[in-house]
Design a protein around this ligand. Structure first.
Ligand code: VOV
Length: 255
């Protein structure tokens, strides 16, 4: 007897602002060798880029924050959110043309779009009429001191295949996932951005906290939850400290 292949329904998703995680390393050898006047001009160019992006954020036409990345993989993370990919590209070329960019090179980049899935949505309610939903899709990045970023995918391996699970089972798993996350309310703010078709992994996970230990505890606890334990694969992890204008000047100062 012929058997139809099982095809499960994709969950509906809502998309918000596009996100660019721009990880850069500073070319410290050339930076230290550069004449003071060149360093001063390059620093001023970075600060004006930083200010412009903060103004954009204040006008709610996007969001932005700069971080100093811990460890040797990168020095800086510029985190940009904009309504379109075109605007993210404009930012890319704007930065590339500054004298500051001449002393940096990109070491990791991630393109995604802020996403909410409808697993736990109330039926019959228009989510876009809910100001809370809209504020999650077009988020003002929280003013927390630390950021943690990593890309991830849902596993498709043998019997552990997220995409072969029926909707009800995925909904059950996401409910349990959300219950763990909610225990970190006030400690960790999460921004989940979808990247299927946009970048190498399926989601970008960006977490904000005032204490980096909250990242460790949350991510560890989630490893024991079925949605992560059975169905999640992870890319590289980055952690960074938020930078004010003053912090950026201090980071770049050589005396
Ligand atoms: C602060 C913690 C926190 C909270 C409260 C939270 C809650 C929720 C809810 C309620 C929902 C479902 C609806 C929606 O909003 O989409 C999600 C969705 C999602 N999550 Fe989450 N998550 C958190 C945190 C959190 C973390 C730390 C991770 C990384 C997993 C880990 O093991 O490292 C993660 C991943 C995701 C993903 C990839 C999705 C999309 C899955 C999909 O198939 O669509 N998430 N998440």
């Amino acid at each position: 007897m012929h058997q139809e292949p099982v095809r499960h329904e994709a969950v509906e998703t809502l998309e918000g602002w596009y996100v660019w995680h721009d990880f850069r390393r500073i070319d410290w050898v050339r930076w230290k060798e550069a004449p003071v006047a060149t360093r001063t001009a390059a620093t001023a160019a970075l600060i004006s880029f930083h200010r412009e992006n903060l103004e954009h954020r204040a006008r709610r036409q996007g969001s932005y924050a700069a971080f100093a990345v811990a460890g040797s993989e990168a020095d800086l993370l510029f985190l940009h959110l904009r309504p379109t990919i075109q605007e993210l590209n404009d930012l890319k070329f704007q930065l590339a043309k500054t004298p500051f960019a001449d002393y940096t090179f990109p070491v990791y980049s991630y393109i995604s779009v802020v996403e909410l899935s409808a697993y736990l949505a109330k039926p019959g309610v228009d989510p876009m009429a809910d100001p809370y939903v809209v504020s999650r899709l077009q988020p003002a990045l929280p003013d927390m001191q630390y950021v943690c970023f990593y890309p991830m995918s849902k596993r498709r391996q043998g019997s552990d295949n997220w995409y072969m699970l029926p909707m009800e089972e995925r909904r059950r798993l996401m409910k349990s996932h959300g219950q763990i996350g909610r225990q970190y309310a006030g400690k960790v703010v999460q921004m989940i951005s979808g990247s299927v078709g946009l970048d190498d992994w399926e989601w970008g996970v960006t977490l904000f906290a005032d204490d980096p230990l909250h990242f460790k505890k949350l991510v560890y606890e989630m490893r024991f939850d079925e949605a992560s334990a059975r169905y999640a694969d992870f890319g590289p992890f980055y952690v960074g400290v938020r930078q004010s204008e003053h912090d950026l000047r201090r980071l770049l100062a050589c005396t």
